[in-house]
Design a protein around this ligand. Structure first.
Ligand SMILES: [Zn+2]
Length: 177
């Protein structure tokens, strides 16, 4: 008797699952609470988990909703603190993982500026390297990552982003895998 293997292929939907935020300037538990409270006011955020010891926040998002990483920076800064690191945790397909490619997930257009040949389709971490998501030391370090105009201005520009069908002048985020 032959065994029949059934492969149930689930449609793999490329989308963002969560953000991992590291804040800077936190000195006490109360500081974390004010960031936490601010983030919870964002409509597309479903849950915020805080690790006080590492000043880390795991921000879960509602499925299929457009998101905006700038809003996270704004909420952190409104609370009086800074963003040291922001990582997008997303499910992506293999063809999304080519360097200098563009990827739009949950309404967020991203330009992959550094490659990682080992990156596999599935859940990946995309670190935002635009200066508003970095501490001052790292701003310097990452500033040489790309010479594209879009990296300097944060806006899609003709030479690179337009080819990917991203409207010129719209916000473009830069990530490393
Ligand atoms: Zn671009």
């Amino acid at each position: 008797m032959a065994f029949l293997f059934m492969v149930i292929s689930r449609t793999s939907i490329a989308q963002i699952n969560s953000f991992r935020l590291q804040a800077s300037g936190l000195t006490c538990a109360l500081c974390a609470r004010s960031i936490h409270k601010n983030l919870e006011t964002v409509a597309w955020i479903s849950r915020v988990e805080t690790d006080l010891e590492k000043s880390e926040f795991v921000i879960s998002i509602k499925p299929d909703m457009p998101v905006d990483a700038d809003m996270i920076t704004k909420k952190v800064e409104d609370a009086g603190f800074g963003v040291a690191s922001l990582i997008v945790i997303a499910r992506v397909a293999q063809e999304n993982l080519i360097p200098d490619q563009h990827l739009t997930l949950n309404g967020m257009s991203m330009h992959i500026v550094a490659e990682n040949r080992d990156a596999k389709a599935g859940e990946v971490s995309l670190r935002l390297v635009d200066k508003s998501f970095l501490g001052s030391k790292e701003q310097k370090k990452f500033s040489k990552l790309s010479k594209h105009d879009c990296f300097i201005t944060g806006k899609a520009s003709g030479d690179c982003c337009k080819a990917a069908g991203i409207t010129a002048g719209s916000r473009i985020f830069h990530v490393i895998i």
